[in-house]
Design a protein around this ligand. Structure first.
Ligand code: GLY
Ligand code: MN
Ligand code: MN
Length: 541
């Protein structure tokens, strides 16, 4: 549509929305999915947060900003998963406050407030419905709801709270006007006196707090060291203590000090990791849908593949299947890499016009009602693994099988990594690709697992024992780019097999089993017919 007309029409509507028959009362759209998370779920999550919070505290959670895609067109908006988790609110320019204790004012008592984006009939006729105050009450069950323009004057005396729990106030604060995110954060900073912390520094302190053990000293130091010369790091006593005396005793001392005096952002990190890491039954139902949809899509991509197909067309096969089952988007940019491209871990160009007779690595996961799957399959486009491809594929497969056995309550998360390295290194040594187990990182450069959920790399913590209800990936991989110091016959083989597993009390539950895994099943599926074989499209002139 012509943008001049759009701008003109928005202005006209803004002046005279009533004459276009818009109603200010909130009207729910018709014919919607019926399996969204409920207001009771979100209220339960707020109560769980409240239960964890210390006496005399408040938690403050802001919306994510909108982002420009092109001049007057924004990227599809993605809500802040934490705000969504605790409220169900999916729009920008909003802030949620959860109080530990009941508060009171002239209108009565409350222990939560939400400030939301105001209604704007003219704008809504272009960019979609807004819940507004009434809709947030009706659809999300909040009692105290205000337009975000009212946040600045709402009488909250932050000084009376012992602890203010909040996510890092970085500079990601776009959004204009009194109710825009930029102003909401500015008001909060001014009233509380809190400053944006150095995001990297806070993150590093949280990593020490959450993950440091006497055994992983070297990894923690190596992780932090590249930033240790930054001004904020030099001014931080705890980082200095560790850098001056980088031994296990100091690491544990620093960890204890961080834990004894947690910042508001460290508490936010801890509570949201604890809560979001273990999925409720309602969340499990949505994660499973995302994973099963993705698995069906992976199987269809295997059936559809032909050496003459492009990486993008294969991506499109999967996206179509996701849409068919109602998944609104993908949880991350799809990765579809043939041959050498399969050795690039997060290859996103998906630009090769033919996959040829090569291995194709597809790491593609649907997002269903906000919950992301993360599934990878690797298959030969011509339906037959070569001997070398099969050897690498089976090494990865066997590592996965061993790790699956550990996916139960009580096992340390880090044991999954140890087992993966053990299996992959012994197989790489047996194949003559490395000489010593220490070299395994040459061909296995990433980790084996992460939580999935509202974020593809979800909150949940990694220095923790596994708990029933967690949902994690198991994703070993071997990547041998051309030029690697080994026989050329291995070059350009990149294999990742990634499955999603629900941790159980005694055993894990494989959620992504609808996507073939065994090499024999993969070959069989590639040989099958696809619904996409029938598609006849005219050649572009
Ligand atoms: N798809 C990103 C990952 O596997 O972590
Ligand atoms: Mn993953
Ligand atoms: Mn993945």
């Amino acid at each position: 549509m012509n943008l001049f007309n759009k701008t003109f029409l928005v202005a006209a509507l803004a002046c005279s929305s009533a004459m276009y028959g818009f109603s200010q009362s909130y009207q729910a759209p018709e014919s919607q999915p019926t399996d969204y998370l409920t207001p009771a779920f979100h209220a339960g999550r707020r109560q769980a947060l409240r239960d964890m919070m210390p006496a005399n505290s408040v938690a403050v959670i802001f919306a994510y900003p909108e982002r420009v895609f092109s001049k007057d067109v924004n990227f599809v908006y993605h809500p802040n998963p934490d705000l969504y988790y605790f409220s169900g609110y999916k729009e920008p320019d909003a802030v949620l406050l959860v109080f530990k204790e009941m508060q009171s004012d002239a209108d009565g008592s409350y222990n939560e407030l939400i400030f939301v984006r105001h209604r704007d009939p003219a704008q809504e006729s272009w960019t979609g419905r807004r819940l507004g105050v009434e809709g947030t009450k009706a659809e999300l069950g909040f009692k105290r709801v205000y337009n975000s323009e009212e946040f600045a004057k709402f009488p909250i005396d932050y000084k009376k709270f012992k602890t203010i729990i909040y996510d890092d106030l970085d500079n990601d604060d776009s959004g204009s006007g009194a109710g825009g995110l930029k102003n909401l954060i500015a008001v909060f900073k001014e009233k509380t006196g809190l400053k944006s912390e150095d995001k990297g520094l806070q993150n590093d302190l949280n990593i020490i707090n959450n993950y440091a053990t006497p055994k992983n000293l070297d990894r923690i130091i190596a992780f932090i060291k590249p930033r240790a010369d930054k001004e904020s790091y030099k001014n931080n006593e705890l980082i200095q203590e560790l850098m001056n005396k980088p031994d296990s005793a100091t690491l544990m001392d620093v960890k204890a000090k961080i834990a004894a005096n947690p910042s508001g952002t460290a508490l936010f990190d801890k509570y949201t990791n604890d809560l979001r890491g273990t999925k409720t039954p309602e969340e499990l139902a949505l994660v499973k849908k995302a994973v099963v949809i993705s698995s069906i899509a992976h199987a269809e991509a295997m059936r559809a593949v032909k050496p003459s197909m492009s990486e993008r067309e294969l991506e499109g096969v999967m996206r179509y299947v996701h849409d068919k089952y109602g998944a609104e988007e993908e949880g991350y940019p799809p990765i579809v890499g043939a041959g050498a491209n399969g050795c690039i871990l997060h290859y996103e160009e998906n630009n090769a016009t033919e996959v040829k007779n090569q291995l194709v690595l597809m790491d593609v996961g649907a997002m269903y009602h906000g919950y992301s799957a993360d599934v990878t399959r690797t298959f030969p486009a011509n339906g037959k693994f070569t001997e070398e491809q099969k050897a690498i594929y089976n090494a990865v497969y066997d590592a996965q099988e061993e790790v699956f056995k550990l996916c139960k309550e009580g096992v340390n998360y880090s044991d999954l990594e140890t087992k993966t390295r053990e299996v992959l290194s012994s197989r790489l040594i047996a194949l003559g690709l490395i000489k010593d187990a220490k070299e395994v990182g040459k061909y296995y450069p990433h980790g084996v697992s992460h939580h999935i959920g509202l974020d593809v790399h979800d909150k949940g913590g990694y220095g923790v024992p596994l708990k029933a209800g967690m949902v994690i990936t198991v994703e070993p991989g071997i990547y041998i780019p051309a030029g690697s110091p080994c026989d050329k016959k291995w070059w350009n083989i990149g294999v990742r097999i990634e499955d999603d597993v629900q941790i159980g009390k005694d055993a894990g539950i494989l959620l992504s089993g609808d996507a073939p895994r065994k090499w024999q099943d993969v070959e069989k599926t590639v040989a099958e017919k696809s619904i996409f074989d029938a598609g006849k499209f005219p050649a572009l002139k």
